[in-house]
Design a protein around this ligand. Structure first.
Ligand code: AMP
Ligand code: ZN
Length: 115
């Protein structure tokens, strides 16, 4: 794990995180700078730089990210109204933290734009 990776440090318990879900392979925590009433990041514990770095063998891992987000949306009470799932990838995708993460954003009406 890259020592400087902020999300690996949250996984390792070396940095505080408002963790809302955890299992063997994944952690979900509230975004430090929320863009909506619900803004949660779902990450694999394993360090993967970005969606571009996923291998074909990680298909289940990629699917599991979405299922965890679906479950959290239910738990947060936003599933019926709807929400947005976002993965930013590398520089032109606006990725700031180079550890794969899925944003679960909701709890208000979101704008239609995708940037
Ligand atoms: P992205 O632009 O897709 O890489 O998103 C990175 C997200 O991580 C941003 O929404 C940040 O607010 C969030 N973030 C950065 N550091 C932390 C942290 N220590 N705890 C929780 N969220 C963080
Ligand atoms: Zn990492």
């Amino acid at each position: 794990m890259p020592d400087e990776c902020v999300f690996c440090r949250i996984v390792a318990g070396e940095m505080p995180g408002d963790i809302v879900y955890q299992d063997e392979g994944f952690v979900a925590f509230r975004d430090i700078s929320p863009q909506a009433p619900v803004h949660i990041l779902v990450i694999p514990k394993m360090h993967i730089d970005s969606s571009a770095d996923l291998t074909d063998e990680q298909q289940d891992l990629a699917g599991r990210l979405i299922i965890i987000a679906r479950n959290l949306a239910e738990k947060e009470g936003i599933a019926d109204r709807g929400y947005r799932l976002v993965i930013n990838c590398r520089s032109e995708g606006g990725q700031q933290v180079p550890h794969l993460h899925l944003h679960l954003i909701g709890g208000r009406k979101l704008s239609g734009g995708l940037g």
